[in-house]
Design a protein around this ligand. Structure first.
Ligand code: FES
Length: 269
């Protein structure tokens, strides 16, 4: 049920150095989008049409018909995106992929404490998920790692939902100095009688480390894989990862259509 639309830019702002938030008028996509899914975004400048870039939903407002995308301007495509002015249009395909397990899909959700674990720009797809859990009355906690506090957007958005926030920075500018995995011990203390359910998005070494830590503690855990993608539609195989279904030999899964979200047991490194 993905569709292709030309979406007008409603707002576009730098939220911290190198990170931008783009709000788009896209009712056909906003009414179907789920947290953890993504859109392929294409911006063209003159004779230079570029491959679309996969960007996950940072905000979904079905009633207003808008979506928000948070992205880091790190390559040619995203740098062109950063030049977009209010009123200009971009091409969007979406919503694409399989999103996070929402509270209504979780067995005994009332006994669960959602724990959002983010590294850098991996924070983006966790915000609409946190909004869904907050609406269900369980705001949970965020473990957020980054190079420096000034490069970590959206902390206030999580706090506004009632999420308890713990930070880890490599330069020690806020919270624990080191990686986000250094915050995992706080989960056991904060969860009390509840069972932690981890939702993780960030660079691959971080995903792998959190996945292993969750396995060692027997915590349920979902990971969102960030892969290079070309088509986003399951056709080009540029995005595969090693995947294992229960009781079956491993095979390759397409991150764009089978994911980007998987249960930790499914992903093999
Ligand atoms: Fe083409 Fe996934 S991006 S198959």
């Amino acid at each position: 049920q993905a569709c292709k639309v030309e979406a007008a830019v409603l707002r576009h702002e730098a939220v911290c150095p190198g990170f931008y938030c783009l709000e788009l008028d896209a009712p056909l996509i906003a009414t179907k989008a789920q947290p953890g899914q993504f859109v392929q975004v294409r911006v063209s400048r003159g004779l230079d049409p570029l491959l679309p870039r996969p960007i996950s939903f940072f905000g979904i407002d079905a009633a207003a018909g808008t979506v928000r995308l948070l992205y880091a301007a790190i390559g040619k495509g995203t740098q062109l995106l950063a030049e977009l002015a209010v009123g200009e249009k971009v091409t969007l395909w979406g919503p694409l992929g399989q999103g996070w397990a929402l509270p209504e899909a979780i067995t005994a959700a009332g006994e669960v404490m959602p724990v959002f674990v983010a590294g850098g720009i991996g924070i983006a797809p966790l915000l609409p998920l946190a909004a869904a859990w907050a609406k269900a009355g369980q705001p949970g906690m965020l473990l957020y790692g980054g190079r420096s506090q000034s490069l970590m957007p959206a902390i206030g958005d999580f706090e506004a939902l009632g999420v308890k926030v713990a930070l880890a920075t490599e330069d020690g500018s806020a919270g624990h100095q080191g990686y986000v995995t250094g915050l995992l011990d706080q989960v056991a203390q904060a969860s009390g009688e509840q069972t932690p359910l981890l939702y993780v998005c960030g660079p691959h070494p971080m995903l792998n480390a959190v996945q292993q830590a969750a396995a060692a503690r027997n915590w349920r855990c979902q990971v969102s894989m960030e892969e290079r993608m070309c088509c986003g539609l399951g056709a080009c195989l540029s995005c595969v990862c090693k995947h294992q279904a229960e009781g079956a030999p491993w095979t390759y899964a397409k991150v764009c259509t089978d994911g980007p979200v998987f249960w930790r047991e499914e992903v093999i490194w």
